[in-house]
Design a protein around this ligand. Sequence first.
Ligand SMILES: Cc1cc2nc3c(=O)[nH]c(=O)nc-3n(C[C@H](O)[C@H](O)[C@H](O)COP(=O)(O)OP(=O)(O)OC[C@H]3O[C@@H](n4cnc5c(N)ncnc54)[C@H](O)[C@@H]3O)c2cc1C
Length: 421
Amino acid sequence: MSRFAIIGFGCAGYNALRAIRESGSEAEVDVYSTFPHPPVNPMLTTYYVKGKIPYEAMFPYGTAEEILAKYPCNLHSGVGITALDAARRELTLTTGEKKQYDKILIATGANAVNLPVGDIPADRIFTMRTVHDAERLKEALDQRPIHSALVVGASMVGIKIIELLLERGIHAIFSDLAPHIFPTAAYEAVSERIEEYLTGKGVELHFGAKTEEAHLEDGTGVIAMSDGTTVRADIVVMCVGTRADIRWIAQDQLKMNRAIVVDPMMQTSAEGIYAAGDCCEGCDLMLGDTRNIGLYASAYVQGETAGRNMVGIPTRCEGNILHNITHFMEIDFVSFGDKNLPGDRRVLLDRDGQYIEITEQNGHLVCINMLNCYALSGVVKNCILHYFNRHMQPLNREEEGVLAKSGLPNELIQILGGMAE
Ligand SMILES: Cc1cc2nc3c(=O)[nH]c(=O)nc-3n(C[C@H](O)[C@H](O)[C@H](O)COP(=O)(O)OP(=O)(O)OC[C@H]3O[C@@H](n4cnc5c(N)ncnc54)[C@H](O)[C@@H]3O)c2cc1C
């Protein structure tokens, strides 16, 4: 009987196990997870901190018992992997034991980057990725007298933290080294509109500035910013991004850049060893090269693809593109593609708070930002994903018809329809 190992039991690891069992395979599967709980959806952690969902709702696939009843495996909760010998397909466990497998999936996700802030004690610095992070922050907000909080990192996670601080009546301070919010996703005009909205809500913005000297004074953090200002915050929440959890793999074992490089079958540079989810670099359809795109839907498809290939059902995952579809407070922000790619940039809509800006390169859309286009977001998302998944093939007439009815600017429909060529 074949012996498989799945390292990491998040979205990618779970969906690999599901695909293996749904294929009818009876392989022996060992699942290793450093966390004691069932697979979590990290996107839901901020909703738990807000009090919008109960604790159990963070686990979309149910309890460990429910999962094991459906998809049997040997679940080693609380046991991590500390080393990989790729040639021997051998893993070293945190228990010191070594085990060899026929196929291995690495699905270890990513860790939130945590940076020290001067002399602010560690119990006042928070990150937001894991269930433990969510429990820590919720407990602090529920039980400590917190009047103000500094959120470092003008990211999609950062804005969710700002939102929940405002809901709790806590003074929110938002900082980033970059000069604007969502520095990798939003055009400057979009960032400026969002920043104006946040300022109107009372959020104190310090963009283009980093934290420098910091200390506690009368129980409150006093933090000097590089722009010459000083902020006072009871806690600091670090939202400065994530790093693929691959540091336990020696550099000479697998091809790795910022994450583990995989082919469309999710196989790494070593035969029989696969990677999926936030720890890997699959194809960026727009770049035509590999890139780490940390999205829940990618982890789902990549995990499923890896699982099918492990049991010998050839399956490909062609890739994804960078995108964000986010709603916070009264704002709806959608971005697809890379705003830093060169091309012809144009504003297609600027009316009643709605805004659409694009970059077009040789008749192809390479980036789009949509602000407050609630009614259009869903349909545009579907069309754009189709467009990129088919390697920028023009939309068909039916899709064009759907877009025309949606009220999308005609020029954008024409670009998506390939008529601009
Ligand atoms: C606050 C927040 C909001 C988000 N919002 C969105 C969103 O709106 N849209 C979106 O698409 N995505 C969003 N994401 C990202 C999305 O949640 C991730 O892309 C996705 O969950 C990644 O799944 P994964 O299985 O690769 O990794 P993870 O869920 O991180 O799972 C990895 C697992 O591996 C385990 N592990 C790590 N190292 C080892 C080891 N050495 N041995 C054994 N086990 C190990 C870990 O314990 C963990 O359980 C958000 C993330 C956060 C934190």
